[in-house]
Design a binder for this molecule. Structure first.
Ligand SMILES: [Fe+2]
Ligand SMILES: [Fe+2]
Length: 245
């Protein structure tokens, strides 16, 4: 059995001043336990720069690279560029259609990340039909899925992880009201994950959802929203010889 790549991940940490210190103690030994930490969006409560500084305080200066995507909450104050600048200032890599690659003892890891968007799932999904607003909604999702597929395809790595905020599959939404599924994710993201395919897909956003799922192509999906995993982070082991599905 070859050495695995160890991916730590958590989403929906929703930092604000009163949350600072909730995660940090559990991150003390992260360097011995993981090769990288992924943050699956909703890093802040309302997307303010002050909250981004709280994220920087909580997740900056860790012994492993920290790679994030933004979530819908991080856009609420229309300050996403300032948020990203603050996070990057703390050494946190923020992906939106970008890639991150890292050499580890277990091989070269690639991460492709986008926030993603809603639209729903096959058989029950919105389509680009009718009003311009509806077409714009779906175009937002399909553009995001296209950026994810392109980023995954660009990775020249042993193992690949797709990092999103919105869910690629409905499996990990079980527990959420059915009525809001279309606002929690899109099957187009799963199509992107399957197009390469990735070895693991990690997302957040569905606080009342379920941890485990699988894309139609068989890629394992994990909802790492903090209220779901109920710990500072989960660790996933990826192996070149037999990438777990
Ligand atoms: Fe959230
Ligand atoms: Fe969210």
């Amino acid at each position: 059995m070859s050495t695995p790549i160890r991916v730590a991940a958590v989403g929906d940490v929703h930092l604000d001043r009163d949350v600072v210190g909730r995660y940090r103690p559990a991150l003390a030994d992260l360097g011995e336990r993981a090769d990288v930490l992924l943050l699956a969006g909703d890093l802040t409560r309302h997307g303010t720069v002050a909250e981004a500084h709280c994220v920087a305080e909580e997740f900056g200066g860790l012994p492993v690279p920290v790679v994030a995507v933004l979530g819908n909450h991080d856009h609420h104050s229309d300050q996403a560029p300032e948020l990203i600048e603050t996070l990057r200032g703390a050494g946190i890599t923020v992906l939106e259609g970008d890639t991150f690659e890292l050499d580890t003892p277990g091989g070269r890891l690639g991460v492709a990340g986008v926030k993603g968007f809603g639209g729903g799932f096959a058989g029950r999904c919105a389509s680009a039909f009718g009003e311009p607003e509806m077409k714009a909604f779906i175009r937002t999702t399909s553009d995001s899925a296209d950026r994810l597929a392109a980023a995954l395809a660009k990775l020249d790595c042993d193992l690949r992880v797709a990092l999103t905020h919105y869910a690629p599959v409905p499996d990990t939404l079980v527990g959420e009201p059915l009525e809001i599924y279309p606002f929690l994710g899109s099957y187009l993201l799963a199509e992107a994950v399957d197009s390469v395919p990735a070895d693991l897909a990690v997302h957040g956003h569905a606080h009342a959802g379920t941890e485990r799922g699988r894309t139609p192509g068989g890629v394992r999906v994990r909802n790492v929203a903090h209220p779901v995993i109920r710990q500072a982070y989960s660790i996933f082991e990826l192996s070149r010889s037999a990438a777990p599905r």
